[in-house]
Design a protein around this ligand. Structure first.
Ligand code: ZN
Length: 267
């Protein structure tokens, strides 16, 4: 599942390609998991006014006050092409195609595509229930800490993934952040002080921000291939701090893999 930093990078690329451009063609196509195929023909002739990430949602704004909301879930990705350039994925996998005279933006295998009016934006459950966005210019850490703390019986690894508490953390950071902060991802949130939760969010924001710029994702401060992360994807390999073998286990109702060092992150 893409992390908030991936969506922020995508927003940067699409913003440069689309903002202030007029849409010459727009279409959506059914994909697995898509509940309803929106009619995007209303966007033809509109000008793109904004592209922003909010948590893991990508919002493209148009004059005339329409907003295209996409959520990539686990399968989706946005690509930018020049007109006439060959796509890297088959056309049948395109969920959305937006064309201008200078660029073609394609969302592939993206199950969530909605065209929203301002009223629908305000009423959107998906957006309205989001916790503070770790990548927003102004991050409300106190609000995020209290939302996290309210999930007191939930294991930390699951709570960090709950976008209603705090928006932007995916599978990689829900393992990396507890490692950096020496917190056990299997302990319930109630076991941690507000200070510890606050520390985890400050670290999450710092790592996400550092990784919006491009290149391979790095949390461990080393840029070499396979060197970037502390624990994610490193099961049975030695901890970069203490040499103990990293463990992995499936966590939560969706059985997402969590990685941790049993010595550095004692319960
Ligand atoms: Zn360790």
């Amino acid at each position: 599942m893409p992390e908030g930093d991936t969506i922020a990078r995508t927003a940067n690329v699409l913003r440069a390609a689309l903002v202030d451009r007029r849409i010459t063609d727009a279409r959506a196509q059914a994909q697995p998991g898509m509940r309803r195929v929106p009619d995007l023909s209303r966007l033809i002739g509109c000008t793109v006014t904004s592209v922003e990430s909010r948590g893991k949602h990508l919002l493209i704004g148009f004059d005339g006050d329409l907003t295209l909301r996409t959520h990539l879930r686990r399968t989706g990705s946005w690509h930018r092409y020049a007109p006439g350039e060959r796509w890297h994925r088959p056309a049948r996998a395109a969920s959305v195609v937006l064309e201008t005279t200078s660029a073609v933006a394609v969302a592939f295998s993206t199950p969530v595509v909605e065209l929203l009016t301002p009223g629908e934006m305000r009423r959107s459950m998906a957006l309205g229930s989001l916790g503070p966005d770790l990548l927003a210019a102004e991050f409300d850490a106190d609000e995020a800490v209290s939302r996290l703390a309210a999930l007191d019986g939930e294991e930390l690894g699951n709570a960090l993934l709950d976008q209603r508490a705090v928006a932007g953390i995916g599978n990689v950071y829900k393992s990396e952040v507890p490692f950096v902060e020496r917190l056990n991802p299997w302990s319930p949130v109630a076991d941690f002080t507000e200070e510890q939760l606050h520390g985890a969010l400050v670290t999450a924001r710092r790592l996400l921000q550092a990784n919006t710029r491009g290149g391979a994702r790095v949390t461990a401060g080393r840029r070499g291939r396979g060197q970037g992360l502390y624990v994610y994807g490193r099961a049975a390999r030695p901890c970069r701090r203490c040499g103990t073998l990293i463990r992995s286990g499936r966590q939560g109702s969706l059985a997402r893999l969590t990685f941790w060092c049993p010595r550095c992150q004692k319960r």
